[in-house]
Design a protein around this ligand. Structure first.
Ligand code: RP5
Length: 167
């Protein structure tokens, strides 16, 4: 049973979304990954949303570039939280996708992440946070991850001080 349903608008988005997949795997969160386009395969998109809901998905992640309406269309068809990841592309560099994803009309929100791989990673972390609301074990893992990040910052600061002392 997939707890997170991930959709990408094209297989050209697969490199970006790998960041999210890797993090969900690290946290042991089962997910599904499908290519579907709001524009090129609208019926398939709706079918996949319905299927994911039936199979128990609690959160959706949708990544797309250009006129990126995938997350918005998914949000229109579900009451579950939808996280949008705008993907950079040639031409407008991703600003097109960012604005298309973030500027949802009132009442149908999409939680919009940063562009590209950082956004994909944060989409996974946010999905883990949402699932963690009802899963104490997952919340503990997330809390340990935050502690590890804080320790890594301290380590890098210590290493920098040491480097400067030796210089
Ligand atoms: C969007 O258009 C996709 O999400 C992708 O980011 C972009 C380009 O798609 P391709 O032309 O590479 O399939 O729909």
């Amino acid at each position: 049973m997939s707890r997170v349903a991930i959709f990408i608008g094209s297989d050209s988005d697969s490199d970006v979304i790998q960041e999210a997949c890797r993090i969900l795997e690290d946290f042991g969160v089962p997910f599904s990954l499908d290519v579907t386009s709001a524009h090129r395969s609208p019926d398939r998109t709706l079918r996949l949303v319905r299927r994911a809901e039936k199979e128990g998905a609690a959160v959706f992640i949708a990544a797309a570039g250009k006129a990126a309406h995938l997350a918005g269309v998914v949000a229109a068809h579900t009451l579950k939280p939808v996280i949008g990841v705008p993907v950079e592309s040639a031409g407008l560099g991703g600003l097109d996708a960012l604005l298309s994803t973030v500027q949802m009309p009132k009442g149908v929100p999409v939680s919009t992440m940063a562009l590209g791989k950082t956004g994909a990673a944060n989409a996974a972390y946010l999905a883990v946070q949402i699932l963690g609301l009802s899963d104490p074990a997952l919340r503990d893992k997330l809390s340990r991850h935050r502690e590890d990040m804080a320790a890594a910052v301290e380590d890098s600061s210590r290493a920098l001080r040491e480097k400067r002392r030796r210089a």
